[in-house]
Design a protein around this ligand. Structure first.
Ligand code: ZN
Ligand code: MN
Length: 467
């Protein structure tokens, strides 16, 4: 039987507001442990929460970017649970009346746009950070003791829940890349998985291909990169298929995925909403965003990544468009093309040679000059130029002046020498190992101190060896 994976994602995004969600403590890294706290976020008796207006607006903005409806009324609720990372004994979240509902994100793919439903996006507060000491994995299992850092407690989090619309680990990865880029461009979070400002849980089930049923799902947690999310999904899909094919039943459980071993470890059976005894937060009034505010935020949305991917795809191709847009490099690409450089070489050079972080610092007109001269200047000079291109005041001119040696009269004796010195490789090349062309070109470049024009050298070598 063929099986289809069915995946829904739950994504937590830590907003980079200046202060926490319900108090005026600083939000963010940098302070020593347990220095960014106050009576509100430590839940001392009598302290009352005051919502952060910016966090509320950013949640709506993200919801609008995800095509959500903004209900006229959202309500904060208490989600009750006992754990040392939650001094109140509950988390303030949103439950039956979230801030954003019924959205969708279009993920461009070679088979057309793949639509992923956004069930809801709601605002809540983060828990404190627990540090498990003495164990092998840094997780609670096997640890000797645990410490709690309350700096993170009460920082604003948006939780985004997708529909069960994702059917491969590759689609999950692509959706997450696009979502992350959207969040970063809205300026509301750094959305970095390694730092925990973006966290992804995956609900995974499988079903016979062609059926529409939803079978029992398992939840994967604690995956700290998009690659690990994809690997975790693949491992869980394989596990469930094996269970069904052996005649068993999948039991609803939460798993940790360990990317280094590929192992899935069951942590606990999944709790249901009933277990949390949700009720409306009595210390906060409902959120009723005025229509003018929603329209203003809608007007502030930038052109979204998925739209830009489709636009760039028309002059490049889908893969290059995806790399440029999800790397935050497409504006530099467009500016460089507008400055007169050819699209394809610009796309390749930016995608392969520039760090994502360099994008905003590069002067497109200088990059266009380098792209135009890329075949005339030695490879080493081009590399050197690219390594400095994001520095302020960078000028391409001095690099362009170092034209590569293309003079055949100068190159031919060097080529002849190298061919004579390597009779074994010459015979192999003539016997069909054409990949050795690179070996000869490399030797000539080395001999000329990197100054030879690689394209001209490769033509000359090919000619001579073909003779
Ligand atoms: Zn506080
Ligand atoms: Mn949550």
């Amino acid at each position: 039987m063929t099986w289809q994976p069915v995946v829904g994602l739950e994504i937590h995004v830590q907003l980079k507001t200046r202060t926490k969600m319900f108090c005026r403590c600083a939000n963010g890294f940098g302070g020593g442990e347990n220095t960014q706290t106050c009576p509100v976020c430590l839940a001392l008796p009598g302290a009352l929460p005051v919502p952060n207006r910016i966090a509320l607006e950013w949640t709506l903005k993200l919801g609008l970017a995800l095509g959500c409806e903004i209900p006229k009324r959202a309500v904060f609720a208490r989600k009750n649970y006992f754990y040392p990372d939650s001094p109140k004994g509950y988390q303030i979240s949103q439950y039956d009346l979230p801030s954003c509902v019924n959205g969708r994100m279009l993920v461009p793919s070679s088979a057309g746009d793949h639509e992923v439903g956004i069930v809801r996006a709601h605002l809540e507060e983060d828990a404190a950070k627990t540090v498990h000491v003495g164990g092998r994995t840094g997780r609670i299992g096997g640890a000797e003791h645990s410490l709690v850092d309350f700096n993170r407690v009460g920082t604003p989090l948006v939780e985004i829940v997708t529909g069960p619309d994702i059917h491969s680990s590759e689609d999950a990865r692509r959706f997450l890349q696009l979502l992350r880029q959207t969040i970063v461009e809205l300026g509301i979070s750094d959305a970095e998985m390694e730092k925990g400002t973006l966290r992804v849980d995956a609900n995974v089930s499988v079903r016979p291909a062609g059926s529409a049923e939803l079978r029992t799902r398992c939840e994967l947690k604690n995956m700290n990169s998009f690659r690990f999310v994809a690997q975790g999904i693949d491992a869980e899909v394989a596990r469930q298929i094996a269970v069904y094919e052996a005649g068993g039943e999948v039991v609803q459980e939460t798993y940790d995925f360990d990317a280094s071993s590929g192992a899935l470890t069951a942590r606990r059976s999944k709790e249901e909403a009933d277990d949390y005894r949700y009720f409306p937060e009595p210390d906060l009034v409902p959120v009723e965003p005025p229509a003018e505010l929603v329209e203003r935020l809608r007007g502030e949305l930038p052109e979204l990544p998925s739209v830009r991917i489709r636009r760039l795809e028309r002059e490049l191709d889908l893969d290059r468009a995806l790399v440029l847009v999800t790397g935050g490099l497409d504006r530099l690409y467009e500016a460089t093309v507008a400055a007169g450089a050819e699209p394809l070489p610009v796309a390749n050079l930016i995608a392969n040679r520039l760090a994502t972080s360099a994008g905003d610092a590069v002067d497109a007109s200088q990059l266009a000059l380098l792209v135009g001269a890329r075949d005339r200047i030695p490879r080493a000079v081009l590399d050197d130029a690219l390594s400095h291109i994001d520095e302020p005041g960078f000028e391409a001119a001095p690099y362009l002046a170092q034209e590569a040696v293309s003079d055949t009269g100068e190159l031919e004796p060097v080529i002849a020498r190298i061919i004579d010195a390597n009779p074994g490789q010459v015979a192999a090349y003539r016997g069909g190992k054409e990949g050795l062309l690179g070996f000869f070109v490399g030797q000539v470049l080395k001999e000329t101190g990197g100054k030879a024009n690689a394209r001209v050298v490769s033509e000359l070598v090919r000619e001579r060896l073909g003779a």
